[in-house]
Design a protein around this ligand. Structure first.
Ligand code: OAA
Ligand code: MG
Length: 651
């Protein structure tokens, strides 16, 4: 038996790096040979055995260990990666640095049978002959070695056999859970086809049925039961170098309302887009659902419901849990971790953003991400509609997070362009909520986020009357209620404008204010239309009409990448404006010619890199960057940071 001699520095290093919690606290190997004395982070001595083949690597680069069945190899490596100062493991995956390994868990990578069941490293039939020898895979796979391209073709072929979108969603989730790189290769290469599956609209249905389709847990669940222990819960998550968290409390999932704990599908879906569209490493992404109960009676009675069976906690109890969560995140991951709030109900969304934007790197996707994407679409649409932003009159149906968020960013941009006071710019923007047009006589009873939009006007009850009274050039739906842009509403817009700009933003498709077909038919093909969830081409009198997807998916992946690569510590409105400008500039003449105001999603990675570069530029300009020096070419740097799903060759 060969004993590795270790210096005290090395031991100290291992104290942080090499502890691995298994049930017995020991490591044994059938394969013999190397015995390494290490200390656990709890301070106890452990004897670790590693195979002879691993011993060279152990001596050269740290420590390699195998478990009883020879299936788990643990490595500590010290090669720097490009983004955020991580390291790469034996498989070339970016991993946490020593300092980042702050928990009892540490880096583990598998071989043999376990490797085939490790979604981060599994390649299925893609393992080469050499890898099959080196990683104890002989006999565990059929003889054929397939290229990743062949696997991709097969997976797409199989996926297309399913006619029901939810089945495709489940097949995609299975793939993500078995072979992560293949999952992302599919998603990146077939983004237009698969976005509606892993994202809106299908993800909405998946959340509604999450309890029944639930197989393996994804993401982290933090419920009221974990109060007082949230830091410990965070430490149970296996990845230590987390850079983005998407968190929901499930109270307003898309336009579907309170889905409680089953809202988890949203953070999972959003983060898969962070990787596919924005190039963040999957291991850097952490989906979280905060479960404070649900007021959805149907779910409370559903025997398959997976969340707390109680009504929602409110007030102090809610605030305390969120406060504990926010400080635990900062304590565990530092102040550069990006926290994206998603699908909270209005009251909490505004309050959380207001409170934590001063102390954390946070943004609310529904308020700010949606605002940025819609502003980009409007700015681009001016090329088709004519006139400047300040020449337009805006009418919103819906005065919640999306409506007021978009309205404010439009006013901000208008104010920048014209030098007019923000107050004046706001007067060109009108909002309708469930009680009618928001006017000054209602101001006392309005929630605080609606007050800036209470302009002088006599009361108006319905949307149709509001359209007739305000005569908007742009109509925006963000109410979460489907079919509210009626034939009369669209016809009135078309009678007032040569090219009415109509945006039906609510998700999923069932909640869209009108369909593409309705918008084009009722406006006699003159509307410029985009929607939150996608619509296919529409044919009217032999002419084909396309419509774009005004969805925050255009913005948050690039925005997040820009914030992370610059090491931003706060989000500023100017960064949202920069993201918006970058997106608007990506609409090509051929898109305009087709009546589109957004570029196609097929180029999204390039678009995200451009958005990231513009956002990072703002972060540096505002002195909010912590990654110094500033790279010379931010766009190239953004591209170089992006994760690619191509299989790695395993050493
Ligand atoms: O998820 C989406 O498709 C867009 C969004 O944030 C929402 O509707 O809440
Ligand atoms: Mg959302």
């Amino acid at each position: 038996m060969l004993s590795l001699q270790r210096s005290s520095t090395f031991l100290a290093r291992e104290q942080r790096l090499s502890s691995y919690r298994d049930l017995t606290g020991t490591y044994r190997s059938k394969r013999r040979d190397v015995s390494v004395s290490v200390r656990s982070s709890g301070g106890g001595e452990r004897t670790t055995r590693a195979s002879a083949s691993a011993s060279a690597a152990a001596a050269a680069r740290g420590i390699v260990m195998e478990s009883t069945n020879g299936s788990v190899i643990k490595e500590v490596v010290d090669r720097k990666s490009t983004v955020g100062g991580g390291v790469q493991d034996a498989y070339g995956e970016d991993r946490a640095t020593e300092e980042q390994l702050v928990t009892p868990w540490s880096v583990t990578v598998a071989s043999g049978y376990s490797l085939l069941r490790d979604p981060h490293h599994n390649k299925g039939l893609g393992f080469t002959e050499k890898e099959r020898d080196a990683h104890y895979l002989r006999g565990l796979l059929p003889p054929v070695v397939a290229t990743q391209e062949l696997q991709e073709r097969k997976a797409m072929h199989n996926l297309r056999q399913y006619e029901v979108p939810l089945q495709r969603y489940m097949a995609m989730m299975d793939l993500q859970e078995t072979n992560e790189r293949l999952f992302y290769k599919l998603l990146i290469d077939h983004v237009e086809e698969l976005l509606p599956i892993v994202y809106t609209p299908t993800v909405g249905e998946a959340c509604q049925k999450y309890g029944s389709i639930f197989k393996r847990p994804q993401g982290l669940y933090i419920s009221l039961k974990e109060k007082g222990k949230i830091l410990e819960v965070l430490k149970n998550w296996p990845e230590k170098k987390v850079q983005v968290i998407v968190v929901t409390d499930g109270e307003r999932i898309l336009g579907l309302g309170d889905l409680g704990c089953q809202g988890m599908g949203i953070p999972v879906g959003k983060l898969s887009l962070y990787t596919a569209l924005g190039g963040l490493r999957p291991s850097a992404c952490l989906p979280i659902t905060i479960d404070v109960g649900t007021n959805n009676e149907k779910l409370l009675k559903d025997e398959f419901y997976i969340g707390l069976r109680q009504r929602r906690a409110r007030g102090q109890e809610y605030a305390e849990l969120l406060e504990e969560f926010m400080s635990a995140v900062k304590q565990n991951y530092g102040e550069k971790v990006l926290i994206q709030f998603e699908d909270f109900a209005n009251h909490n969304a505004f309050e959380l953003l207001e409170k934590y934007s001063k102390t954390h790197l946070v943004f609310n996707d529904d308020i700010q991400g949606t605002a940025s994407v819609v502003l980009a679409g409007i700015v681009a649409a001016l090329k088709l509609v004519g006139g400047s932003l300040a020449d337009q009159r805006f009418l919103f149906l819906g005065a919640g997070e999306a409506g007021t968020g978009i309205a404010e960013l439009i006013a901000l941009e208008m104010s920048k362009q014209t030098n007019a006071p923000l107050e004046e710019c706001r007067k060109k923007i009108w909002l309708v909520d469930s009680k009618g047009l928001i006017v000054s006589s209602r101001v006392e009873s309005l929630q605080h986020f609606k007050k800036p939009w209470a302009h002088e006007h006599e009361p108006v009850k319905t949307l149709l009357e509001a359209v007739q009274a305000i005569k908007p050039t742009v109509l925006i739906g963000s109410s979460g209620v489907g079919q509210t842009f009626t034939k009369e509403v669209v016809e009135t817009m078309a009678s007032l404008n040569k090219k009415p700009l109509i945006l039906s933003l609510s998700n999923p498709t069932s909640q869209s204010e009108c369909t593409a077909e309705q918008a084009y038919t009722w406006s006699e093909g003159r509307a410029i239309f985009a929607s939150g969830s996608p619509f296919g081409p529409v044919e009217i009198n032999g002419k084909t009409f396309l419509s774009g997807q005004a969805n925050n998916a255009y913005i948050f992946p690039g925005l997040g990448l820009g914030l992370i690569m610059s090491g931003a510590i706060r989000v500023h409105d100017d960064m949202l404006l920069a993201a918006s400008e970058a997106l608007a500039s990506q609409v090509a003449q051929e898109n305009f010619d087709a009546g589109l105001i957004y570029p196609p999603f097929t180029n999204i990675r390039k678009i995200s890199a451009k958005i990231a570069a513009k956002v990072a530029e703002k972060v540096y300009d505002l002195g909010l960057a912590s990654h110094l020096p500033r790279p010379e070419n931010l766009e190239k740097f953004a591209e170089s940071c992006m994760y690619t799903p191509i299989y790695r060759n395993y050493r």
